[in-house]
Design a protein around this ligand. Structure first.
Ligand SMILES: *Cc1c(COP(=O)(O)O)cnc(C)c1O
Length: 395
């Protein structure tokens, strides 16, 4: 029988705290029970605080992919011109929804180790001012890169377009606010930097996005993917369009409370320093970071080029079976070319980062690669030299 891993340092889902697991053990109640209505409303309020937004919040059950498709289905109609910004697997994937809902895709694509240049977005609007929706991924988890959402959002708004932003792994890896960053529909997931339980889409919706949904020739209604159904049920009337995943909501409420107790800025700082430490370790081991430069490296995971002579699946399998550490590989068109070191959620902390680097070093040696044992660990420790657990609280 396979043992459970000791550390889940994958790029989501990641380890969750004991407090979160306990929260899921509360009684499963009728969703219109007053206690659940109170919990759901509270969870919504906490979510707005973590998103640092005044926008309406929709807590859609089903993984974040469903939230992204719901955003597409709710704002795209036949003929809608959508500027789709592609810097990785998830960005490219969005195109299938644009097509499915009858939109016209205008694509800006860069190699999957680079980021979108806002000036290219500006040029796209100059070439075609009738673009009304911009879709973009904030943190492209599969390639460990980040896009300049704030600049892109500003340009989209200057041209009267709304944005759909996949910030599934971006929320808490950077200090963001949908208002300040021009995110009209921002979709996050609990199982990335929040260290929550997978299975929900956490969505902030701007007034401009609601307006657009209502003004379509045939607004999407009566569908699991209809955000408008959530507006007229939960947002406006405290009713549900269908039965929420009661236990997942308990987990989310707990995770959000833990997040606010620690502080959004502290959590972002934990992610940033963990990413810096991991990159320093990778370089000390003479491995190569996948992202073209550090300024566009995401803080939630570090993608590393698979070194010559090593097979990615063998390396990850070895780390998992021999040392009990689960990490992620590449995905889609970049599968096999990179592996990802995780520092997401609770694992954005020296304990996990150092353990992961040490076990990576040992595994590379086991597989015959000539790395200097301890070099990565030493480089990572140097980045943590002013770490103080009393200020970076840890649940
Ligand atoms: C994880 C992830 C998703 C998908 O989230 P699921 O909850 O697994 O559906 C989408 N986009 C990005 C950038 C992600 O990291």
């Amino acid at each position: 029988m396979t043992h459970f891993p000791r550390l889940t340092l994958a790029s989501g889902p990641v380890d969750v705290s004991a407090e979160t697991l306990r929260a899921m053990q509360k009684p499963v109640v009728y969703h219109y029970d007053p206690v659940f209505l109170e919990i759901f409303a509270h969870t919504t309020e906490l979510m707005a605080k973590v998103f640092q937004t005044e926008y309406d919040i929709v807590l859609l059950q089903a993984e974040a992919i469903a939230g992204l498709e719901a955003a597409a289905a709710s704002v795209i109609e036949p003929g809608t011109k959508v500027l789709n910004l592609v810097s990785g697997v998830f960005g490219k994937g969005f195109e299938s929804w644009i097509e499915a809902y009858g939109g016209e895709t205008i694509e800006i694509a860069v190699p999957y180790n680079q980021a979108i240049d806002p000036e290219d977005v500006r040029r796209a609007f100059q070439l075609d001012p009738s673009i009304s929706v911009v879709s973009v991924v904030h943190s492209e988890t599969p390639s460990g890169t980040i896009n300049p959402i704030k600049e892109i959002g500003r340009i989209a708004h200057e041209h009267g377009a709304i944005t759909i932003v996949d910030t599934v792994s971006g929320l808490l890896s950077e200090d963001l606010s949908p208002e300040e960053w021009g995110m009209d529909i921002a979709v996050a997931g609990p199982q990335k930097c929040l260290s929550g339980v997978p299975g929900m889409s956490l969505i902030a919706v701007s007034p401009a996005a609601w307006e657009r949904m209502e003004s379509l020739n045939k607004p999407l209604r009566g569908s699991f993917l209809s955000l408008l159904d959530w507006k007229s049920s939960w947002v406006d009337n405290r009713r549900f369009p269908y039965t929420p995943s009661v236990s997942d909501v308990y987990a989310l409420e707990s995770v959000l409370q833990q997040t606010l107790d620690e502080g959004v800025a502290n959590i972002v700082a934990r992610h940033q320093v963990s990413a810096r430490a991991t990159r320093a370790a990778v370089r000390a081991l003479r491995l190569e970071i996948w992202a073209a430069n550090d300024a566009i490296a995401t803080a939630c995971c570090t993608a590393v080029k698979v070194p010559e002579g090593i097979d990615d699946a063998t390396l990850r399998g070895h780390m998992r079976s021999r040392y009990g550490v689960m990490i992620s590989g590449g995905y889609g068109s970049i599968a096999g070319k990179l592996f990802r070191l995780g520092h997401m959620g609770l694992s954005a902390h020296p304990t996990s980062v150092i353990a992961q680097i040490g076990i990576l070093e040992r595994s590379l040696l086991d597989l015959g690669l000539n790395v200097q044992a301890g070099a990565g660990v030493a480089a990572a420790l140097a980045e943590f030299s002013d770490w103080d657990d009393a200020t970076y609280t840890y649940a």
